[in-house]
Design a protein around this ligand. Structure first.
Ligand code: GLC
Length: 467
């Protein structure tokens, strides 16, 4: 059994619970065309101000959100306290750019935290390191809405520029002076630290802290914040010990640009499913780490009215099972509307996932990658609960009556098998007449399945009890 690298945060609950809800909610919900719209459309503060002026989520009821998430089988949530636009969902003492000053007039975070805690869910905060509104934040030529004003000193191109939809040619300096004049990134970093302190003390205990994100394009230009931003821009080396002091057990993600083996607890691959358990280089070896995939229902994190690439419930369940079979978690995102509701498509998928989880959560909670000797058959995903010593075979494509498990270990170790949805026995072995017709028998254990897959079960699971 693989064991993940030990880090300071308490990740035991995290790797047990496996499934969380990500919430991206802010002023961009009104634009309803991606949470990066300010950057993509290169809007200035004045143009973006209309969203602040009209932000009024009158239908917001966090109890409904929490119950939809808990009903889906989610055990924790991570909400954008502030996204890159800089707008804050709580009543921060350090800014006026917050929900209490919009027509909604309310602190939106406190009732959310209360509602999710009432559903027994753990509390996580996504907090943007990037801030496209703060007056001290140095304008960069990577993803900032005003990036066209900043010359490119390295000439390199990376994904962040592409994501922002920026042009890649070197830009000329603003004719009328330096747009960064009067901006002091250190003052912004102090603001960032102050807000983190506020969040960790006011909402103590916070279980997860999820920063987003660092972007260094050229190592030689680390200290030029107009060219990229990493630990120097956030003053991460000071921020990190402060977090550990205020919340020693918090589960912290990996985007502060601090080195491996210190400075984070969880790796967070985004919008891509890793092919195997996520590893890092540590003391000269590749070691597995605690990790969490984050994914959306469709192609945007913030509410996107016209985005139609929604995944089906079945696809989303695969998106959950797959990381667990590789020792990881899933943080699945919803972008509530500007009126404060979950999109009906999100509610539909959450309900569908909950229907499956009601009977199959045993193959998710407390589970991890199966020991290597149990080779996973084609079109399946295997998870394993080390406490109960049960294996879970998730069948993604229903086979023709027989499912063959290769290797002697299967017949040596499996004592009993059943379908998880109804605890109906799955017989071990196959009859002689069938056996003599299949090729390459070798050491196999054959499961004799019903001819057709169980009705109404999105992804059938066989539970295998080991001796
Ligand atoms: C990104 C995007 C962002 C989203 C996040 C979630 O880095 O900037 O909008 O919040 O990923 O992982």
């Amino acid at each position: 059994m693989l064991e993940a690298l030990q880090t300071p945060g308490s990740t035991d609950w995290f790797v047990n619970d496996r499934f969380g809800l990500f919430i991206h909610w802010g002023l961009y919900s009104l634009g309803a065309r991606h949470e990066w719209l300010k950057s993509r459309e290169k809007m200035d503060d004045e143009t973006y101000q209309k969203y602040f002026k009209y932000f009024d989520p009158d239908l917001y009821d966090p109890k409904l959100w929490a119950s939809a998430a808990s009903g889906a089988g989610m055990k924790y949530f991570v909400v954008t306290t502030k996204h890159h636009e800089g707008f804050c969902l709580w009543d921060s003492d350090l800014t006026d750019y917050k929900s209490t000053n919009t027509p909604c007039g309310k602190d939106l975070l406190t009732p959310m935290v209360d509602a999710f805690r009432a559903e027994d869910m753990r509390v996580g905060f996504y907090h943007s390191l990037i801030d496209w509104h703060h007056p001290q934040y140095v304008i960069d030529n990577c993803n900032h809405p005003q990036r066209d004003l900043i010359p490119n000193k390295s000439g390199e191109v990376d994904g962040m520029i592409a994501q922002a939809g920026g042009d890649t040619a070197a830009k000329s300096s603003a004719a009328d002076g330096d747009p960064n004049q009067g901006r002091d990134q250190a003052k912004y970093a102090a603001y960032l630290h102050g807000q983190v302190r506020e969040l960790l003390t006011r909402y103590d205990p916070v279980d997860v802290l999820w920063f987003d994100f660092s972007f260094i394009r050229d190592e030689l230009l680390r200290n030029d914040f107009s060219q990229g931003k990493g630990r120097e821009a956030w003053n991460s080396e000071v921020l990190y010990p402060m977090i550990r002091e205020l919340a020693p057990h918090i589960v912290l993600n990996d985007r502060l640009d601090l080195p491996s083996g210190g400075g984070w607890d969880v790796k967070t691959p985004e919008q891509a499913q890793p092919r195997s358990w996520v590893h890092v280089d540590h003391e000269g070896a590749k070691v597995p780490v605690v990790w969490e995939a984050c994914q959306t229902f469709s192609g945007s994190w913030g509410y996107h009215r016209d985005e139609n690439t929604w995944r089906s419930t079945r696809q989303l369940l695969t998106t959950l099972i797959d990381p667990v079979s590789k020792g990881g978690n899933l943080l699945l995102n919803v972008g509530p509307t500007g009126r404060g509701e979950f999109d009906s498509r999100a509610l539909d998928r959450l309900a569908g996932m909950g229907e499956w989880m009601k009977r199959h959560s045993r193959s998710i909670y407390g589970c991890t990658q199966a020991p290597a000797e149990f080779a996973c058959p084609q079109d399946c995903r295997l998870t394993y609960n080390p406490d109960t010593k049960r294996l879970y075979l998730h069948i993604l494509a229903w086979p023709y009556k027989h499912l063959h498990l290769d290797g002697k270990v299967w017949s040596d170790r499996v004592e009993y098998a059943q379908l998880l949805n109804d605890a109906s026995e799955v017989q071990l072995g196959m009859d002689h007449w069938h056996a003599k017709q299949i090729q390459g028998e070798g050491d196999i254990l054959t499961l004799t399945l019903p001819q057709t897959e169980p009705l109404g079960v999105e992804i059938p699971v066989v539970e295998l009890m080991l001796k």
